[in-house]
Design a protein around this ligand. Structure first.
Ligand code: CUA
Length: 354
């Protein structure tokens, strides 16, 4: 009975593990399906380490099994003690030299990749795109200083181009991570600016995360990198430059919403333009695939977020119940009308939870 239960349990454990592991390697989300230069380098390093580990494991286990069977007590020879050997020069040399070789095999590409990822030699080249990234509790700001564009939560980049990011934080330490296309890098408060680059091989919407515990809503600090063709990217820049924050919305409700928004929200937020506010720049908000990085873009969710941001992202800076439900309804109508660019809308979004 016990044996059967034991087998069943290990089968269950094995089955569960298999199911859990099938969750790894989701396109555009996982470091196990690299879609960019940085993530590919890291993936290759990971594969080299795993190959070395498997090699060592197999050899050690083979020797272990051999010794276990070869030298175990045999029937009729219970009192026999095998020949005792102490010290063997050849063996000792072998098990010192092999690990040194293995470490070298691991170290050389690791050091190469480290320098490669830190390379900033092309940052000052003509036409190189540099974007300022600011981590905030709990959202991301992206400023394209040369283009006089500032956005939040969705980072647009052209494919197959090295895009540099100058990164800092407005409050505590955050960490910028887009596993499918890059490694991760901390954003620090103060004068310390970190620089890294992104290079996406394919068009796509890539999931980004904050990878440094930064407060109660750290795990909700998602963002997206939207990689589009260079032509599409130029179109996006053009669209974003033409955003007019004063443009009159279509419906009466949205018009009232605009006025309410200007009176209540504009002291922190901005719509369009290159300057960023204390809060996110909401240009093109109506085309975002998520509200606040986490909610489905429905009007109900948006109203909830406007009135009760503290319940959705605890510890964030947006004041709760600044406007009434009724006012929030109109503001939501206005914000959802802010659709200034449809670039990237046809790129499928793959969620980590799918
Ligand atoms: Cu920001 Cu964790």
């Amino acid at each position: 009975m016990r044996g059967w239960m034991g087998k069943f349990r290990s089968l269950l454990l094995f089955g569960a593990l298999t199911l859990i592991l099938t969750g790894c390697g989701i396109e555009n989300v996982s470091a196990l399906k690299p879609k960019g230069y940085g993530s590919e380098l890291l993936f290759d390093l990971m594969m080299i380490s795993i190959a070395i580990m498997i090699f060592v494991f197999v050899i050690v286990m083979a020797i272990y099994a051999f010794v276990l069977f070869r030298f175990r007590e045999k029937k009729g020879q219970e009192d026999v003690i095998p020949k005792q050997t102490e010290g063997n020069k050849a063996l000792e040399v072998i098990w010192t030299v092999i690990p040194i070789i293995l470490l070298l095999v691991l170290a050389i590409p690791t050091v190469q990749a480290t320098f490669d990822l830190a390379d900033q030699s092309s940052q000052d080249d003509e036409g190189t795109l540099t974007i300022d990234v600011t981590g905030n509790q709990y959202w991301w700001q992206f400023t394209y200083a040369d283009q006089e564009i500032s956005t939040s939560q969705e980072l647009y980049i052209p494919t197959n181009e090295r895009v540099y990011l100058n990164m800092k934080s407005s409050d505590v330490i955050h960490s910028f991570w887009v596993p499918a296309i890059s490694g991760k890098m901390d954003t620090n408060p103060g004068e310390n600016t970190n620089t890294m680059y992104l290079e996406a091989y394919e068009e796509g919407v890539y999931e980004g995360f904050c990878a440094e515990l930064c407060g109660p809503s750290h795990s909700l600090m998602y963002f997206k990198v939207i990689a589009v063709s260079p032509d599409q990217y130029d179109q996006w820049v053009e669209d974003m430059k033409n955003v007019d924050p004063e443009a009159e919305p279509e419906t009466a409700s949205a018009q009232e919403g605009q006025e309410l928004f200007n009176n209540n929200c504009m002291s922190c937020h901005a719509i369009g333009g290159g300057s960023a506010g204390v809060g996110p720049n909401l240009a093109n908000f109506g085309n975002r695939s998520k509200i606040a990085g986490i909610l489905e873009p429905t009007k109900e969710n948006l109203k909830d977020w406007i009135v009760h941001p503290d319940e959705i992202k605890p510890g964030n800076q947006m004041p709760a119940e600044l406007v009434t439900e009724e006012e929030a309804d109109k503001i939501a109508d206005y914000l959802l009308e802010l659709q200034h660019s449809d670039v990237g809308q046809d790129v499928p979004v793959i969620e980590a939870s799918e």
